[in-house]
Write a new protein. Structure first.
Length: 68
């Protein structure tokens, strides 16, 4: 998640604290709209955020589409 927060901060020209709030707001929004069993994938992405070894966006997409 820290990499995402940093990118949002840089791209939007806002503080990292503001970016973290924005990222968390988007994550909460997504969790409200995906089927309940899939909200845990968003939590997993937010905690790892690296995109490596099943975490991050790759892990989220794989989980949503039945991959591992």
């Amino acid at each position: 998640m820290e990499e995402l927060v940093k990118r949002v901060s840089e791209k939007a020209g806002i503080s990292e604290e503001q970016a973290r709030s924005a990222v968390n707001t988007v994550a909460d929004f997504l969790k409200e709209r995906v089927p309940a069993p899939y909200s845990s994938y968003i939590d997993s992405f937010m905690s790892s955020g690296s995109g490596k070894e099943g975490g991050g966006l790759g892990g989220l997409a794989g989980g949503l589409f039945g991959g591992k």
